[in-house]
Design a protein around this ligand. Structure first.
Ligand code: GDP
Length: 367
């Protein structure tokens, strides 16, 4: 007998035979995995992207973000083939310190833009810090409640691998794919710390700086030189009892902006107060952006800026490539710590150490 409790002595007690344990790992997992990572040919990706197929677009973006050489090879071919179909969009950069209300605002801006101007919207991000935290914070779907379920929006968090230059390059390449897929409004979100703003500025037609009233940010912005690259300033959380403070901050900004030379665009940046959370004056902020685009298209600055950006990215790509080739060279990797020690110990100057390493590198290239 299987269970002694089932013997007659224990009347009224019945113990079932029990069932086998489920496997802990889903037996179909591997099959599912294989299916998901199946690679298509570049032509298949391009075809899917041009048809506006979101799954194909997402998979192609994953290849753009991948560091595997065969993924990169396909990605580069896809980008090249998509290039002729790209460019026809308004690219808006949105920056602000954490807590400024970027994601809340992007949700409101996005819904407004889709309702008023139509088309399709892609939200991308540049977040170099996410490499450390191993999770992208920016461009996170859960933070954009309405946009994340909107059929005309595509949200993609920041690429995580690599240097700021690498992360930014991938975002720029993703812009090309999104445009080829018919997304004619592109938002690029970036966090207002460090160099990421400059990278974001170098790929957008309008760079919007989100600020808060009364946090001393206004001065910080001026100090850090971000005001110079802003095409417009939007003061968020101008709601409830905060409206007066926001207006006061706006006038401070306007005064400060007059101290700067007129930007290349020929348009002095506007300062607008709004509330992303309560949807107040969101239309004004977006009008500022689209008016700027119209004016600069007329003046020729729009195209000039895009050309300058293409040039900038050509040099950036060269720099990134050279840097990687140098630092990933096995001999250089071996020598670097030794040289560093000698420089720190005062046995060698920085310049001599750098020259030696570079000479060694050139020698190896000759082989
Ligand atoms: P992010 O870090 O810049 O993306 O900022 P979030 O969008 O996550 O917003 C940070 C906090 O500010 C959240 O608690 C929001 O609810 C709040 N917030 C965002 N926009 C507004 C606004 O327009 N008014 C008010 N009162 N609060 C806001």
């Amino acid at each position: 007998m299987e269970h002694p409790e089932n013997s007659k002595e224990y009347e009224g007690l019945q113990v079932n035979a029990g069932v086998d344990h489920q496997e802990i790992v889903n037996p179909y997992l591997n099959r599912m995995r294989k299916k998901r990572t199946r690679l298509f040919t570049p032509a298949e990706y391009v075809d899917g992207i041009l048809k506006g197929d979101v799954t194909m677009l997402s998979q192609a973006v994953t290849l753009v973000e991948s560091t595997l050489p065969d993924h990169q090879q396909i990605a580069q071919e896809v980008i090249e083939k998509c290039l002729p179909f790209s460019g026809n969009s308004v690219r808006l950069g949105i920056s602000g310190v954490p807590g400024a209300g970027k994601s809340t605002s992007i949700d409101s801006f996005g819904i407004h833009v889709l309702e008023k101007y139509g088309g399709k919207l892609a939200v991308l991000a540049i977040d170099p810090s996410s490499e450390k935290t191993k999770g992208s914070i920016l461009g996170d779907k859960t933070r954009m409640e309405r946009l994340s379920i909107h059929p005309k929006s595509f949200i993609r968090p920041s690429p995580t691998a690599g240097s700021l230059g690498g992360v930014a390059r991938k975002t720029r390449e993703t812009i090309i794919l999104c445009e080829a897929a018919g997304y004619d409004k592109i938002f690029v979100e970036t966090v207002g710390v460090g160099q990421s703003e400059t990278a974001c500025h170098s790929m957008v037609d309008f760079f919007l700086l989100i600020q808060l009233a009364g946090t001393g940010d206004e001065l910080q912005g001026i100090k850090r030189g971000i005001m110079e690259i802003a095409d417009g300033i939007a003061i968020n959380k101008a709601d409830g009892s905060n409206i007066d403070k926001a207006e006061l901050a706006a006038s401070h900004f306007r005064n400060a902006l007059h101290l700067f030379p007129v930007p290349d665009s020929g348009i002095v940046p506007e300062v607008v107060c709004y509330s992303g959370f309560y949807d107040l004056n969101v239309d004004k902020v977006m009008k500022m952006v689209f008016d700027f685009v119209d004016k600069t298209k007329e003046s020729g600055y729009f195209q000039y800026r895009r050309n300058e950006q293409s040039k900038y990215w050509m040099y950036e790509s060269i720099n990134e490539h050279l840097r990687n080739k140098f630092y990933f060279n096995p001999t250089i990797r071996e020598q670097l710590p030794e040289m560093e020690k000698m420089v720190l110990g005062g046995q060698m100057t920085s310049f001599i150490a750098a020259n030696r390493l570079l000479e060694d590198f050139y020698e190896q290239l000759k082989k």
